[in-house]
Design a protein around this ligand. Structure first.
Ligand code: FMN
Length: 190
């Protein structure tokens, strides 16, 4: 099969996936409880902070996700931000499984939801809105509780594989970080 050329609008889904894979992200596991109080969850890189005031986040589950209908019914979820020591956790939650929590240590959030131990941090949310996004849903959540922040390094996902990183030598000024979610300036904030 001849590859379609890059640089034209005539691309296939494999090329689209390759291009999007150049965007490095963190990895989260979105968790909740089903009606029988059984914990469920899935690995999710399509997570980001959306709004500072009100405090909103976004994630995008595939329409075929088995966790999503459970999360939707519960109306609430926890975003567990994975550290670079949790690559196996990502693999476990990134594949189908009836008991992904079998060898996972977890505690309960204030709303009773699963918080994965050793996560960099976590945020407990209530579903605010769900928007159609092609073969995914776009889920907007309102942050209700923030977990403590561990001093570990993040787990990164890039070009279909895992990466870790050192903390950057130069960090943005605190003021710039504080403004980040509502940043309206140019690209000079770093
Ligand atoms: C690093 C990583 C990131 C992922 N990001 C997403 C994502 O953003 N949205 C999504 O729907 N699936 C994502 N997946 C795939 C799901 O985790 C995977 O399809 C999982 O089997 C879904 O489980 P469920 O069907 O029990 O919900 C990701 C998987 C990995 C390993």
């Amino acid at each position: 099969m001849v590859n379609k050329p890059f640089g034209s609008g005539d691309f296939d889904s494999r090329q689209f996936r390759t291009a999007m894979g150049q965007f490095c992200t963190g990895v989260t596991v979105i968790t909740t409880l089903d009606a029988d109080e059984k914990p469920v969850g899935f690995a999710c890189q399509s997570f980001t902070a959306l709004s500072l005031d009100p405090p909103l986040v976004v994630f995008c589950p595939m329409k075929t996700s088995r966790s999503w209908p459970v999360i939707e019914t519960a109306g609430k979820f926890v975003v567990n931000v994975l550290s670079n020591r949790q690559q196996e956790v990502s693999s476990t939650f990134g594949a189908p499984g009836d008991d992904k929590f079998k060898s996972i240590e977890w505690d309960r959030s204030p709303l009773g939801l699963p918080v994965l131990r050793h996560s960099l941090t976590w945020v407990e949310c209530e579903i605010e809105n769900v928007v159609d996004g092609g073969d995914h849903h776009i889920v907007i959540g309102r942050a209700k509780t923030l977990g403590e922040v561990l001093q570990d390094k993040p787990l990164l996902f890039y070009r279909g594989g895992y990466l870790s990183t050192e903390h950057p030598r130069v960090t943005p000024a605190q003021e710039a970080l504080d403004d980040f979610l509502t940043w309206t300036g140019g690209d000079t904030w770093l």
